[in-house]
Design a protein around this ligand. Sequence first.
Ligand SMILES: Nc1nc2c(ncn2[C@@H]2O[C@H](COP(=O)(O)OP(=O)(O)OP(=O)(O)O)[C@@H](O)[C@H]2O)c(=O)[nH]1
Ligand SMILES: [Mg+2]
Length: 290
Amino acid sequence: MFFDKLKESFSNGINNVFSAFTKVDEDFLEELLDVLIMSDVGMITSEFIIDELRNSIKKKRIEDPDGVKEELKNILTNLLTFENINIEKNTVIMVVGVNGVGKTTTIGKLAYYFSNKKYNVTVCAADTFRAAAVEQLELWASRSNVQLIKKDEGADPASVIFDATVFAKEHNTDILICDTAGRLHNKKNLMEELSKMNRVVDREIGSFNKEVLLVLDATTGQNGINQAKAFAEATGVTGIVVTKLDGTAKGGMIFSITKELNIPVKFIGTGEGMEDLEVFDARKFVESIL
Ligand SMILES: Nc1nc2c(ncn2[C@@H]2O[C@H](COP(=O)(O)OP(=O)(O)OP(=O)(O)O)[C@@H](O)[C@H]2O)c(=O)[nH]1
Ligand SMILES: [Mg+2]
């Protein structure tokens, strides 16, 4: 199973509470709250979940722990459920995030995913910060046999994006995916550079839709919230990709990101390979960790 470790911490913690209590009372809810907080769900969101649970226990007169567990699953699933998270043809995707979270790898996986759907994919190497970044993307592009737009190392990343949008418009591209350099969300000049790239996309996008995917490393925990806020301010964020969900006990932050920022998780990364990307399915995710 992909989420073995996450499942272990989350579901063991919750099951322990369920087996230690025979009666659904305030102590029981307090214990559940503690488990959520310890699983990186965050204070605000954990309290929200427990409040919802308390209300529906009262409203539906649920008395047995099994019923409570089902209700908890429903609340968690609802929290993660958004309408229309699919990315359709005719979209420019900007991929943003802090250093090393898995942006370029995710683009490689996305290129493969959309190519399999017979979409005409172009990728844009707008991480011009170091030569190796372009080579890394080039390798991923060749694996899925998709077009790559690049410039020399050190080129203005906004100008690479410009070239890529021109190319996309002229060559029947269905999906243009732009890589960007990793940057700390609290570095003002780097975030401004990203805003500039975003403006170029807005200006040159033509009839394309725009999607900004923020990549978050599941192991980051609650700091992911701060990252999401800063990137949302710089470029707007329309979807989250949570990577490295294989092999971490953290990941509870998925709940707090969606709750606090109201941004859907659209994909999850479950490994380093080309196929290790899944369209996020809220119900399936909750069922697999509880
Ligand atoms: N286990 C696991 N590793 C991943 C996943 N996604 C990415 N990685 C690994 O994370 C490391 C960093 O990935 P990159 O794609 O280079 O990250 P990046 O965000 O592009 O990094 P910068 O461009 O330097 O900011 C690589 O070793 C990837 O193989 C995932 O879902 N699971
Ligand atoms: Mg990269």
